[in-house]
Design a protein around this ligand. Structure first.
Ligand code: AQP
Length: 331
């Protein structure tokens, strides 16, 4: 039987965080066992925030090397850079014309961004439609997403259904895959907020490049809900800080949260945090060893970029040709 298709992307907007690892890369690696996976480094999406030329190109290679270190296998899956496959921008324009203005105005991420900064660019508005183009180009069956992206998948489904209703079954309607144990890793200092790589306050995040000393400082300073009895228990409402740390430890050690709650019964926060520090340092040191192995071989990285784009274009072109044909653009 033909394998179902997975599509996902990651923006080259800075050093990856533990949130990016748990919410995306860890899953990406696991999904390869069962699905045909197509992963993209979403450089076009990253342009919604001004990027410096030298930093952007460095970030792209850094992220590619980190994907390989996390076990993304370019022989099995396709990994490519979004802007190298022009079909993304082409389909994006067509889908713009099948999306209502009001639909995008209702996107939570857009509303949050315009609330914080009135002078945002049109790319921020268009962002979810480009994401729809990314997904629909590959006839994607499933998209692994974090909680904050669920609304964008709903939008993608709506755009695809609208198009299919007019022109027949051109697009596969994608479904989301939500990793419940890690759907959203929170900031260490403010566990009501997502851990984000572009966060200016680096105490909120664990970067995959933080050294042992920094990890120790950050975990020691992580919020632990001191208003409640000091037990180690998953309770998002009353203990969001401890719950976040439990999710992190569970993902790093592959132990279930139930099992961790049992292991840390009658233990204090200090003991719990020490265990997180030890496990995180061990995990990140191993990961970085693999990362540097790939990062130092730029020739190999560039060959993956070229091959990835070639493979992706083949799939993307089939869909784009179908689309242009039914619309009446290819005369
Ligand atoms: N805190 C998180 N918890 C779980 N998953 C997360 N992801 C990001 N942060 C968390 C997942 O990582 C993938 C790639 O994300 P992205 O770089 O394309 O965009 P993002 O979600 O906007 O990530 P950041 O770190 O918050 O980046 P910036 O700061 O640039 O906006 C996605 O699958 C995402 O769900």
């Amino acid at each position: 039987m033909k394998k179902k298709i997975i599509f996902s992307g990651i923006q080259p907007t800075g050093l990856l965080t533990l949130g990016n690892y748990i919410g995306a890369l860890k899953q990406w690696q696991e999904l390869q066992k069962k699905y045909f996976c197509i992963y993209c480094i979403a450089d076009l999406h990253s342009l919604t925030i001004h990027q410096k030329k030298s930093i952007l190109s460095k970030n792209i290679l850094d992220i590619l090397a980190m994907c390989l270190a996390c076990g993304i296998n370019p022989e099995k899956s396709i990994i490519f850079i979004q802007s190298h496959v022009p079909q993304h921008s082409q389909l994006n324009w067509i889908l713009n014309c099948f999306t209502n203005f009001g639909e995008i105005q209702r996107m939570i991420q857009f509303k949050e961004k315009i609330f914080l900064n009135k002078n945002i660019n049109v790319g921020v508005f268009n962002y979810p439609i480009l994401m729809a183009a990314d997904i629909l180009l590959y006839q994607t069956n499933k998209v692994p997403v974090g909680k904050d992206q669920i609304q964008h998948i709903e939008l993608t489904r709506n755009i695809a259904s609208r198009f299919n209703k007019i022109y027949g079954n051109i697009f596969t309607i994608p479904e989301k895959i939500l990793n419940y144990n890690g759907a959203c890793i929170k900031s260490l200092i403010n566990p009501n907020k997502k851990m984000s790589k572009s966060d200016f306050n680096k105490n909120n995040i664990i970067s995959l490049f933080d050294n042992d000393f920094i990890i120790e400082q950050k975990i020691k300073n992580a919020i632990t809900d001191s208003n409640y009895p000091p037990i180690i228990k998953y309770d998002l409402k009353n203990k969001p800080g401890i719950s976040n740390l439990l999710v992190i430890l569970s993902n790093i050690t592959k132990c279930s949260i139930k099992r961790l709650e049992k292991d840390f019964q009658n233990k204090n926060y200090n003991y719990f945090k020490k265990s997180i520090i030890n496990n995180l340092c061990l995990f990140l040191n191993r990961l970085r060893k693999k990362y540097f192995f790939y990062r130092e071989n730029e020739k190999y990285l560039k060959s993956i970029i070229i091959n990835g784009a070639e493979k992706a274009k083949k799939y993307a072109d089939i869909t784009l040709q179908k689309v242009t044909n039914v619309i009446g653009l290819d005369i």
